[in-house]
Write a protein that binds this ligand. Structure first.
Ligand SMILES: Nc1ncnc2c1ncn2[C@@H]1O[C@H](COP(=O)(O)OP(=O)(O)O)[C@@H](O)[C@H]1O
Ligand SMILES: [Mg+2]
Length: 382
């Protein structure tokens, strides 16, 4: 089936910031213990006020990262529609009077101030991928709900250490049903659905209600039968997806995540799996194509693809998202290639290698450099 439309779902809309904090007894961090991973920051009772330098502000969230990286890898003219769908809270007070703002064929929709901010950040970063914003009435800003967030990556200057503040998105049980309802329409005409990151959290009302652990499996239960699904999430959220009505087509996990859920493959569809599992770490990828890991000898049925050599690693932030995005980009655009899977894996490795080997991480991914790394690796070996 040719892919005409791909849909990436963002349930955890984020404004990401990167801060650089220098050492200073009053304006910065006071001490850093490398062995214990402890940073000391003095509080205001000690007349201190850290003054970090803001290095970057951009739209975040795992799915948004994947969308942003795919966008960087695409040529300007694409006949395949790639959509990033983000779920946002409704406006309140005077903001209810705001009309949607049309811009470049997209639409910023009325939401909370934070919801509007996230939309503006997304729109500024995407050229080929089309952002689409869906308001969920049940995300009203009542207490206990956290519909959008700001994540801070704080670099402890000159130490090579970072601290990351990532609040969770918090929904209610009603939000979940609201989102699933909306999703049925959103994904009805898509050929490839992309799920990345952990879903939001919420308290389940009773034993029969959907839990965060079930959420992705519930989505798989409503995807159109012809639609492929690619998923990159921890085993905890993946497990039920292996037993849903539709199984994922592509499963991405790093090696640690894979080892954590090594028993998950038991009884999957009576041993019939028609998708592809891609397990990765910095050494390379282990790939099971139309085949599931044997839980008694985990890696025995996989094909190993070594990573391209990286001279110097600058930043591994988002390297896994780079890998997922790279794979999807090449897969979507190489439909008629007889080595489609191998190409897509080698390309995904080229994207994450380029991502880790530049200071701006995923923001520094250059599609021409990726192409060079890919060509070298692909033609030398395949
Ligand atoms: N030095 C490296 N060389 C090549 N690839 C790397 C390197 N460091 C990281 N990667 C790639 O990035 C991936 C990181 O993915 P993951 O651990 O899932 O992180 P995250 O999802 O948090 O970005 C690794 O599994 C590997 O594929
Ligand atoms: Mg990952």
């Amino acid at each position: 089936m040719p892919i005409k439309k791909a849909t990436i779902l963002e349930f955890a809309p984020t404004a990401d910031e990167i801060w650089n904090l220098d050492r200073n007894e009053i304006d910065g961090y006071a001490d850093y213990n490398i062995e214990k991973g402890l940073v000391s920051i003095l509080d205001t009772a000690h007349d201190a006020k850290p003054r970090p330098e803001i290095l970057a502000v951009y739209a975040g969230g795992k799915a948004t990262n994947v969308a942003r990286i795919i966008d960087r890898l695409l040529d300007n003219k694409s006949n395949i529609e790639i959509e990033l769908v983000t779920f946002l809270p409704p406006p309140q007070g005077v903001l209810c009077k705001l009309s949607p703002i049309k811009i470049n064929g997209m639409e910023i929709v009325p939401s909370t101030p934070a919801g509007i901010y996230v939309q503006a950040l997304q729109i500024s970063d995407l050229i080929n991928v089309k952002p689409r914003f869906e308001i969920i009435e049940e995300l009203q800003g009542t207490s206990g709900i956290q519909a959008t967030r700001r994540c801070i990556e704080m670099i402890i200057k000159d130490t090579g250490a970072t601290i990351n503040f990532s609040p969770r998105i918090i929904w209610t049980q009603k939000t979940v049903y609201n989102v699933l309802d909306k999703l049925e329409k959103v994904i009805s005409d898509t050929d490839m659905l992309i799920l990345a990151g952990a879903p939001p959290i919420w308290k389940s009302n009773d034993d029969r209600s959907i839990t965060p652990q079930d959420f992705y499996a519930e989505i798989l239960n409503i995807v159109p039968s012809k639609c492929d699904v690619s998923i990159d999430t921890r085993g905890y959220y993946l497990h039920k997806c292996l037993f849903s009505k539709k199984l994922p087509t592509f499963i991405f996990m790093n090696k640690n995540e894979f080892l954590e859920v090594s028993g998950s493959w038991k009884n999957v569809n009576k041993g019939n799996f028609f998708g592809t599992i891609i397990v990765h770490n910095k050494e390379g990828c282990w790939v099971w194509d139309k085949n599931i890991p044997n839980i008694d000898n985990l890696f025995s049925g996989s094909v190993f693809y070594p990573s391209p050599k990286v001279e110097k690693v600058y930043s591994t932030i988002g390297a896994g998202d780079a890998m997922h995005a790279g794979f999807l980009k090449e897969w979507i655009y190489s439909e008629n290639d007889k080595n489609r899977l191998t190409r897509s894996i080698i390309y995904s490795q080229a994207v994450s290698a380029v991502s880790v080997s530049n200071e701006k991480a995923t923001h520094g991914i250059d599609k021409f450099i990726v192409r060079q790394v890919f060509e070298k690796n692909y033609h030398q070996n395949y």
